[in-house]
Write a protein that binds this ligand. Structure first.
Ligand code: PEP
Ligand code: MN
Length: 368
């Protein structure tokens, strides 16, 4: 099996096993940039890459929307003090043009831009023939294809140093996270695109400084390739994202606490693990057979409802199925949340299949 860490073709071209990107949410003043750099040196936490937002995509107008092109000039301070690559966010072709003019080393596309294929294409077109690494944050909504599509748009124009950033997904009802993480998605992206480096942005996932360590550690445990952590010399007075930024000293403490061991890729499983996997394979086979059987009965119910002019969705029956199965599952030590999600999923497929029976009839008549 290919090991993504050895396949640097799609990575950022830097050789660190875990890439650490840090810097303020926004560039605010030259003094701020200078102070962040100085405090990074003092805290002995010079990152691999320095980040700073120059144009800020804000949800509502009226808050600080970024300092604009002027701020690109201040990045010279970072070069002088830290001598590390600099990354900024771009949201359109004119941002790209300014960034290239000022010799920015790495670009990133923000979550609000990744959702919009027009904007991503505009950026990709502006990058035709330019050799610069680009990182693509996940879109606001958990849509892997959209994320992958943005990376592909860049690949098509010849950008061959690509990385992805998992920054969580907007969920108005979640109380724990500012942007809820979905760990299966970055892991899936890494499987689909061998060698793709996926960096985690715990700052925008958590939305407050307290939870950053825990989320960052989880990302590393899941095998992600680096961290982007918003860092400011005076977080409480930051002009954007004040609650989630950490000081360089706090960044040092977070990084010291994280166990950076990459999970072992188990190429040669032991006999015991192999036996257990065989048992799971066997049970999965049975599960598929049972599901197939269940849906074939659902199809018969669909035909019966169609022939007797009954509506597909029967609320009382659904309620009874949900309650009885959830209780049964919980008796067997399965969680209520898991049971409900599983039953919703099965039910949705059942309704779709029954509706198809109805529609199938209509289209069969039409095609006669
Ligand atoms: C940022 O990194 O400051 C930012 C605006 O991020 P996102 O696109 O993830 O919201
Ligand atoms: Mn931010």
């Amino acid at each position: 099996m290919e090991n993504h860490l050895q396949t640097k073709d799609w990575g950022l071209g830097l050789n660190n096993e875990h890439l650490i990107i840090a810097g303020p949410c926004s560039a605010e003043t030259p003094e701020q940039i200078e102070k962040v750099c100085a405090d990074m040196i003092t805290a002995n936490v010079v990152p691999d890459v320095f980040r700073a937002g120059i144009w800020k995509p804000r949800t509502r107008p009226g808050s600080f929307e970024g300092i604009g092109e002027e701020g690109l000039g201040w990045l010279e301070i970072v070069r002088e003090k830290l001598n590390i690559p600099i990354t900024i966010e771009v949201g359109n072709a004119s941002h790209v043009e300014s960034a290239l003019k000022h010799g920015v080393d790495i670009l990133w596309i923000g979550a609000r831009t990744t959702v919009n294929p027009f904007a991503v294409q505009e950026i990709a077109d502006a990058l035709k023939g330019v050799d610069i690494p680009v990182m693509v944050k996940n879109p606001m909504n958990p849509d892997l294809e959209l994320w992958r599509g943005a990376l592909e748009r860049l690949q098509v124009v010849g950008v061959n140093k690509l990385a992805a950033i998992h920054r969580g997904f907007s969920d108005a009802y979640d109380t724990k996270f500012r942007n809820k993480p979905n760990w299966s998605m970055p892991i899936h992206l890494k499987r689909l695109w061998k060698g793709m480096q996926v960096i985690n942005d715990p700052s925008h996932i958590v939305g407050n400084r307290k939870g950053i360590y825990e989320t960052a550690q989880r990302a590393i445990n899941f095998g992600l390739d680096g961290l982007m952590i918003e860092t400011h010399h005076d977080p409480d007075n930051a002009w954007s994202d004040a609650k989630q930024q950490v000081t360089p000293q706090q960044l040092r403490e977070i990084l010291d606490k994280i166990d950076f061991k990459h999970p072992v890729q188990n190429e040669n499983p032991s006999e015991k693990l192999q036996d257990l996997r065989n048992a799971v394979d066997h049970l999965d086979d049975q599960l598929m057979d049972l599901l197939a059987e269940r849906f074939s009965i659902i199809d018969q119910i669909g035909e019966h409802k169609r022939d007797n002019n009954l509506i597909v969705f029967q609320a009382d029956r659904w309620k009874q199925v949900m309650e009885s199965r959830t209780a049964k599952g919980m008796d067997k030590n399965l969680s209520e949340k898991f049971m409900k999600e599983l039953l919703y999923c099965i039910h949705e497929e059942s309704v779709k299949r029954q509706e198809k029976k109805l529609r199938g009839d209509v289209s069969a008549k039409k095609s006669v």
